[in-house]
Design a protein around this ligand. Structure first.
Ligand code: IMP
Ligand code: MG
Length: 197
């Protein structure tokens, strides 16, 4: 069969990005590969101990779910979530972070891994590490999908890091801007004009 140039089967349609999105920075397949790598790193240091993943809502919703399923079915894994108020919403001049939803199970004696979407200034993770660390877990580690190390103003050091995020505001795969864009299967950068103030 003869195909003309216009209807050749290899001609993929141009991708249409949602309003306000400038560019895709990490594709779904790249994210999946990074999540598998993070799961392998966590498992390698878990030595068969039971694990409690504590995802930070809502940004780490998908990351926590995907990470849990990338861990071996042989591992003893439980999932919990906390929610912390974002400095972007609360505008705390002190940078204080509030816990608005606590875990539903005790972390005492557990091997805990905090699962966070993105590390920016580092205040959210610092606060959570202090809070959960005070509850006498057997061990406490942290895993972030994205890191903006050039933005850090706290000494927090995550144990597992997925990707270094480019400068700018990132959305998708759980990350939002004003509660939008979380459902995008990829990670994308917002146009500067989309951001208020
Ligand atoms: P930190 O406390 O300054 O590290 O801020 C971390 C929190 O701010 C993350 O958990 C996100 O909820 C939010 N955040 C920081 N940077 C971005 C971004 O580029 N896109 C979406 N959310 C962000
Ligand atoms: Mg977050």
């Amino acid at each position: 069969m003869w195909w003309g140039v216009a209807d050749a089967p290899s001609a993929a349609p141009p991708r249409v990005l949602p309003d306000g999105v400038e560019a895709v920075v990490f594709e779904a397949a790249q994210i999946a590969a990074v999540v598998r790598r993070l799961a392998a790193e966590i498992a390698a240091e878990t030595l068969g101990e039971p694990l409690l993943l504590v995802g930070v809502l809502k940004g780490a919703l998908f990351l926590t779910a995907d990470l849990a399923r990338a861990l071996s079915p042989q591992l003893d894994v439980r999932i919990d979530y906390v929610a912390a108020s974002s400095y972007r919403q609360s505008h705390h001049p002190s940078g204080d972070v509030r816990l608005v939803k606590d875990t539903s199970q005790s972390v005492e004696g557990q091997h805990v891994v905090i699962v966070e979407d993105i590390l920016d200034h580092g205040r959210t993770l610092e606060r959570l590490e202090r809070l959960l660390g005070a509850r006498r877990p057997a061990s406490l580690r942290s895993c972030v999908l994205l890191d903006k190390p050039y933005r850090r103003d706290t000494p927090v050091r995550p144990n597992y890091v997925g990707l270094t995020a480019p400068d700018g505001f990132i959305v998708g795969y759980g990350l939002d801007y004003q509660e939008k864009y979380r459902h995008l299967p990829y990670l994308a950068k917002l146009h500067a004009w989309r951001l208020d103030g």
